[in-house]
Design a binder for this molecule. Structure first.
Ligand code: PHE
Length: 339
């Protein structure tokens, strides 16, 4: 018995890691361990001596258990200390910043425009970016060889199929399958084969508004546009004005301006000293367009407008270069956080 204890103490001193201690524990206290062997040997001891020897084996077992536990907790402590020393925490290091993402200014502004139009009774509609020449031009009263097609340099995919140049392409699609009253807002991306510069890009976004009903007049266009502009810029002192313009699908056609946001009409660099900012093209839907989609122009009239989203954001935030919207420069995008 004495020699078992001595052997154990030697082995314990050899233990370096918690794993070693576990192995030793198994060797002595396991089911096939040394202590169990001793218990089995008890059978060979004479009945008189058995209680005394048994007590000795038990005492040894308790002793070994105690030693092992003690040793194990010391090693575990040591190992933890070593680990902590290795992975020292430098509390003076700067923290890791987490940046909250934000919506890109274009979809954010589109959402805003559509929300205002919804409040004014319009419902949102979308159309395809890859479009037929028919919906992008012909139904809108651009004759096949109409020189007005030159106004919008077009990316053709194949003859008759193109990237839409305007969200007006949704007009024909919706009017064809819906009977008036129709009151829709159509946001989306458009493409034109233009030189990319600070002022123009080969893709941009528009939101179209279309209203068709009985007895719709230019006065409806004026007042709805005015209400829209005042809500968008959250200023009810803004005035609007309309200048004659030409688009094949409206008659009369107009450019819609609003009081300059910066100088309030006095004249400044932003408005080129005119006191007005150009917001969108508009007009009364051409009777031929209504005929093209099977709506009787004697019975129904309507107006439409189409505004450029990038242009609007540029006016609002005095941004001078349209290319910034598609360059993914975080310094630019972060400025719209929560805008
Ligand atoms: N689609 C025209 C453009 O892109 C704008 C417009 C829309 C004009 C609706 C009149 C009516 O220039």
């Amino acid at each position: 018995m004495k020699c078992v204890q001595e052997q154990f103490e030697h082995a314990l001193l050899e233990c370096k890691t918690a794993k070693d201690v576990e192995a030793l524990k198994l060797r002595y206290l396991g089911k096939k361990g040394i202590i169990q062997d001793q218990m089995r040997l008890l059978k060979e001891v004479s009945p008189e001596q058995r209680p005394a020897v048994g007590a000795q084996v038990n005492a040894l077992k308790v002793y070994i258990e105690g030693k092992l536990d003690q040793f194990l907790s010391r090693i575990v402590d040591q190992e933890r200390e070593q680990r902590m020393a290795g992975e020292r925490l430098d509390v003076t290091l700067p923290g890791r910043a987490h940046f909250l993402g934000s919506k890109h200014p274009i979809p954010a502004t589109i959402d805003e425009i559509v929300r205002i139009l919804k409040d004014l009774g319009f419902s949102a509609q979308v159309g395809p970016q890859i479009e037929t020449e028919y919906y992008n031009f012909e139904v809108l009263n651009f004759a096949p060889d109409h020189p007005a097609k030159d106004m919008q340099d077009t990316f053709y995919i194949e003859p008759g199929i193109l990237l839409r140049t305007q969200t007006s392409n949704v007009q024909g699609r919706v009017m064809e399958r819906t009977s008036p009253p129709i009151r829709i807002a159509c946001p989306g991306r458009c493409f034109r084969n233009e030189e990319v510069s600070a002022r123009s890009h080969c893709f941009f976004h528009q939101v179209e508004a279309l209203y068709i009903d009985q007895g719709v007049s230019m006065q409806d266009l004026f007042s709805t546009f005015r209400e829209f502009v005042q809500r968008l810029f959250q200023r009810d002192d803004l005035e609007v004005r309309f200048r004659p313009s030409y688009f094949p699908f409206v008659e009369p056609g107009t450019e819609c301006d609003a009081t300059c946001l910066v100088c309030n009409g006095k004249g400044c660099q932003l408005c080129k000293y005119s006191g007005w900012l150009e917001i969108c093209g508009a007009g009364m839907v051409h009777p031929q367009v209504l005929r093209n989609v099977g709506i009787d122009p004697e019975k129904y009239q309507g107006y439409a407008w189409g505004m450029g989203v990038e242009r609007l954001i540029m006016l609002r935030h005095s941004i001078r270069d349209i290319r910034l919207f598609s360059e993914n420069d975080m310094r630019f995008l972060r400025q719209f956080h929560g805008a």
